[in-house]
Write a protein that binds this ligand. Sequence first.
Ligand SMILES: Cc1cc2nc3c(=O)[nH]c(=O)nc-3n(C[C@H](O)[C@H](O)[C@H](O)COP(=O)(O)O)c2cc1C
Length: 318
Amino acid sequence: MAGNTNLAYRRLCRRFGAELTTTEMVSSMALHHNDEKTLTYLERGDDEEPVAAQLFGSDPEILAKAARKVQERGFHIVDLNIGCPVPKITGGGGGSALLRDPELAERCVAAMHAATDIPVTVKMRAGWDEQDRSAPEFAKRMEQAGAVGLTVHGRTREQKYTGYADLKVIQAINEAISIPVVGNGDVVDLDSAKRMAQTGVAGIAIGRGALGRPWLFDQTRAMLAGDVIPEDPTMQVRAQLLLELGAGVCGIYGEHRGMRIMRRLATDFFRGISGAPTMRKASHALESMADLERLATRISDSANTDPSQLNLDDSRPS
Ligand SMILES: Cc1cc2nc3c(=O)[nH]c(=O)nc-3n(C[C@H](O)[C@H](O)[C@H](O)COP(=O)(O)O)c2cc1C
C-alpha cells in the first residue's frame, strides 16, 4: 500500500503473522531509470521471505526491464498492479486502466514472466464498473500469460474505495482459474475474514484493517486454524509498537523523511481511542522521535474505548 508498506511496517506485519508482504507500488518507468526515490521504496530485509515488489506501468518492455531489476534486488515475487484507480496512474495507462485493455495487460504479464525467473503475480479489481462482467475472463488471460497467483480486490475501478467489496466476483474468479487466488477488500475483523475465507480463496490480503493493528494477521490465522485467538495487545504494547515502527522508518529514511511518513502511519495506532482528535493533531506535527515518544506516552496512558472501531474512510488514498 502506497505510503504504508515500507520495510519497517512490513516487518511489523510479519512479526504478527503476515505470511507474504508486498512493497508499495513503484513505477516501472522510474525504476527503469534508476530514480533514487523509487529505489528507496524497494528496501528489502534479508529477514523477510517471501516478499513481493509491486510494479505499475503499461509498457511491456519497460515492465520486463523493471521486473528484472526487482529480481536482482532479491525479491521473491514481482506483482503487477491492475487495480489502482488514481488518475495519476491510470492516465498513463497503468493500474486499473489495464482492465480495459486485456490484450495489453496480457502482454505486460507475459513480458515480465519472460524476463524473470521469479514468480509473476497480478493484483486486479473486480472490473471497471458495475456493468463490466469480464473479470473472470480477464483473470484467465492473466493466468495464460504466465501469472502464478492473483489477488482480487472485490471493488470495481468506478467504486474506488466506496461501497463494499463484492465477494461473489472474487468467488467467480477463483472458480474460473486454477492458480491461487487471494481475496481482498474490507477484511477488518474475524467475521469479515471468515466471510472472505468462505469464497474458497487460497489466501486473504488485509490492507486498511491491519493499519495500526498488525495483530489482525495472527488473530485471523488462529481463527481459520481453529486455534485460540490471541487477545488485542494492551495500549502500552501498542505504544511500544508505534515507537518500534518509528525507529524502523527513521532507520531507513532518516528522521526528517521518516517523521513525515510517520505523520500518517501514527494515526492508525489511535483509531477508536478516546482523545484521538488531539492525538491526530499531534501526529500531523511530528518532527522527531522525541515527538513520537510523547505521542506514544499519550496512547499508552489512554483508555481503549472501542478497539474494533475502524473508520476506513480515514485511510483512503487521496
Ligand atoms: C492508502 C492506500 C494505498 C494503497 N496502495 C496500494 C498499492 O500501492 N498497491 C495496491 O495493490 N493496492 C493499494 N491499495 C489498495 C489496497 O491494497 C486494497 O486493495 C484496498 O484497500 C482494499 O483492501 P482493504 O479493504 O483490506 O484495505 C491502497 C489502498 C490504500 C487505502
